[in-house]
Design a protein around this ligand. Structure first.
Ligand SMILES: Cc1ncc(COP(=O)(O)O)c(C=O)c1O
Length: 400
């Protein structure tokens, strides 16, 4: 029985490889960048120039109508009451933590695998980051391990919607409620994602976004926002972002200089109009990759839990057979750029090692096996096929 199964699998594998080879021989080498901003800007160039001119003519480079207009539009998009533009996503997290009164002596729980900025913000607030391992299927915080890390000093949880896939927010919110903790969503990679109908960013006490150029909603420079349904949190962030006051030369608290500038706000308002459509293109590409790689044993494609609509900021596969580094090298030699998000979990970077004395085995193991494939709205079908074929070929050959 087992032999029959093995031989069936072997036949399927060689048929698949033959198909891949045939398709590959039809294709000449092409270059596939990891991401691409030029084409979006070509399409929007006229509109961008127009709003830039408006800001130039107004000479209102800080605050004003452009920033307020974007904040209103972004709050509506996120289905929340308030959005406050700030200088970048890292500051969004820092100011949200401070607005919630979190600081020295407090502990904040977050996922071991995120961009380092999540933990940086916690440390800069004066609090201590506490890292929780990730779920082996979703790569987001493992909700079954959160309670083990709660102490009398725990004040908040920052779930990260990594790669654009919302974390299991119902579970996070119910643990938070049980222990009286605040929840700040790190939605820096998840503009427009949905979790059981709710927008990423609309579920916690506050949520933080980055508008770094490569993000699904990216500025032409740095930018970020804190969104919330709580007017007191929004107002506290407004104070903190502008030297501690709501009016010039009023300084109620010690603040920061972290404002979203008007040129970026104007750009973002244009790009926001196209975000839903562009996210849908990413979702279609993710489905195509999933289909193209479905027969490739040894490659694990992203898992989308029921009720979750991710926005594929990144399309991350995991190699279960052969070397990830050799696969990456092979792709590079064939013109395909890839990324690794991230080469080490945060607690295994020198800067944060002292905050974590225990292991997070899933995050640590996956760091050696994950590979982010090219993903952007303008990627073309032949590019998706080319990348998937190379991954399949290499994975098959690597397993011989
Ligand atoms: C998950 C996550 N959090 C926070 C940030 C920080 O955003 P920014 O680079 O705008 O400071 C990023 C940006 O890369 C991110 O990916």
């Amino acid at each position: 029985m087992q032999e029959a199964l093995n031989s069936k699998k072997g036949n399927e594998a060689s048929m698949m490889t033959k198909q891949v080879q045939e398709r590959r021989y039809r294709q000449t080498r092409i270059n596939v960048p990891f991401m691409e901003l030029k084409r979006e800007h070509e399409i929007l160039r006229k509109d961008l120039h127009k709003v830039w001119d408006d800001v130039l003519d107004s000479t209102g480079f800080i605050g004003g109508a452009a920033v307020e207009g974007f904040e209103t539009a972004f709050a509506a998009f996120c289905e929340v009451k308030h959005a406050v533009g700030v200088g970048n996503g890292t500051d969004a997290l820092l100011l949200a933590l401070k607005a919630l009164g979190i600081g020295p002596g407090d502990e904040v729980i977050t996922a071991a695998n995120s961009f380092v900025a999540t933990a940086e913000a916690i440390v800069h607030s004066g609090a201590t980051p506490v890292f929780v391992d990730i779920d082996h299927k979703t790569y987001n915080i493992d909700i079954n391990q959160i309670e083990d890390h709660i102490t009398t000093r725990t004040k908040a949880i920052i779930p990260v919607h990594l790669y654009g896939q919302p974390a299991d927010m119902d579970s996070v919110l119910s643990v938070a409620k049980l222990y009286g903790l605040r929840v700040i969503e790190d939605a820096a990679q998840a503009h427009g994602a949905r979790y059981h109908g709710r927008r990423a960013g609309s579920m916690g006490d506050a949520a933080c976004f980055s508008f770094y150029p490569a993000k699904n909603l990216g500025a032409c420079g740095d930018g970020g926002a804190v969104v919330s349904n709580d007017p007191s949190i929004a107002e506290a962030v407004r104070r903190l972002r502008d030297h501690g006051g709501l009016k010039k030369y009023e300084h109620d608290v010690v603040g920061h200089n972290s404002r979203l500038d008007s040129l970026q706000a104007a750009v973002l308002q244009i790009k926001l109009q196209h975000l839903e459509g562009r996210n849908e293109m990413r979702r279609q590409h993710a489905r195509a990759y999933g289909e193209l790689l479905s027969q490739t044993d040894g490659v694990v494609t992203p898992f989308e839990p029921t009720g979750v609509a991710g926005v594929y900021h990144l399309y991350v596969i995991r190699t279960e057979r052969g070397s990830r580094d050799r696969l990456q090298e092979f792709l590079k030699n064939n013109g395909v750029q890839t990324g690794i998000h991230y080469p080490a979990p945060i607690h295994r970077t020198p800067a944060f090692a002292s905050f974590c004395e225990y292991a997070c085995p899933v995050a640590e193991g996956y760091a050696k096996r994950i590979l982010s494939l090219p993903m952007y709205p303008e990627i073309e079908r032949n590019q998706l096929e080319y990348v998937a074929d190379l991954v399949s070929m290499r994975t098959f050959e690597g397993s011989q």
